[in-house]
Write a protein that binds this ligand. Structure first.
Ligand code: 3SL
Length: 240
């Protein structure tokens, strides 16, 4: 088995897909997807386009849907929610379908939507994702960071390193590209100060300016959710 790290969707090879892709958007789309599923939403349907989201959500009864939209870190006007995992309470989510569009995370999910298996990974569900990968052993694995508008994101790469460091300690997974080694080194340097790293990251800074301090604290918490969000249809994330 070979593991590859790609920092952004733009850096992935154009004409191929892996057996399994773990899409990572620590701040905050994949942290939100994992949390929403953990607290009882039936499914999270993801869209890169807000228009597509609105059209699809209208096929669903109003009492059973929630619309979550984020652009530039802020909630899209008129939507029920933005993209804060802390808004995902059992009271709000239970039994509902969450329709979600974010700046980068949902776009990264779209890049690999045709892969055989697509998972949503974050620091909060890192161990659950690793357990799945060790049990299922896909031949080729991409750890795909969402980045920010085509650029590198520190927090996604540290999460890729957190996953890869556990996988490559086993005999099952070989290093597929240099980015894996760099991501592991980043994680090893910051593993005891993940909160501090997220605060230094440019998107962390953006969210701090928007008052999202608690989100950063939560998204930096390692291995707190035992949940594996998996794509069950195009863009449709459910629990495994
Ligand atoms: O870019 C994204 O997909 C979002 O996760 C960004 S934010 O953290 O909601 O601002």
């Amino acid at each position: 088995m070979e593991v590859f790290v790609y920092h952004t969707p733009e850096l992935t090879p154009a004409d191929t897909l892996p057996d399994c892709a773990v899409v990572i958007d620590v701040l905050r789309a994949t942290s939100t997807i994992a949390t929403a599923l953990k607290v009882g939403t039936c499914a999270v349907q993801t869209f890169s386009s807000l228009t597509d989201l609105v059209n699809a959500s209208q096929q669903w009864p109003a009492s059973q849907r929630l619309l979550a939209g984020e652009r530039g870190g802020a909630k899209v006007e008129g939507y029920d929610l933005g993209n804060s995992p802390l808004d995902c309470t059992p009271e709000l989510m239970a039994g509902k379908r969450l329709f979600l569009s974010t700046t980068n995370g949902t776009r990264a999910l779209q890049r690999v939507t045709e892969a055989k298996t697509v998972l949503a990974g974050a620091l909060i569900n890192r161990q659950a994702i690793v357990n799945y990968l060790l049990d299922h052993q896909p031949q080729t694995l991409w750890l795909l960071g969402s980045g920010w508008e085509g650029g590198y994101s520190l927090e996604d790469t540290v999460c890729a390193g957190a996953i890869a460091s556990l996988l490559t300690q086993t005999a099952s997974y070989q290093v597929g590209n240099d980015e894996v080694i760099a991501a592991i080194a980043l994680y090893q340097q910051w593993q005891d100060r993940l909160g501090e790293l997220l605060q230094q990251a440019s998107h962390g800074q953006r969210l701090l300016r928007l008052g999202c301090n608690q989100d950063l604290h939560y998204c930096a918490s390692l291995d707190i959710l035992d949940i594996v969000p998996m794509q069950m249809g195009p863009g449709l994330m459910m629990t495994f």
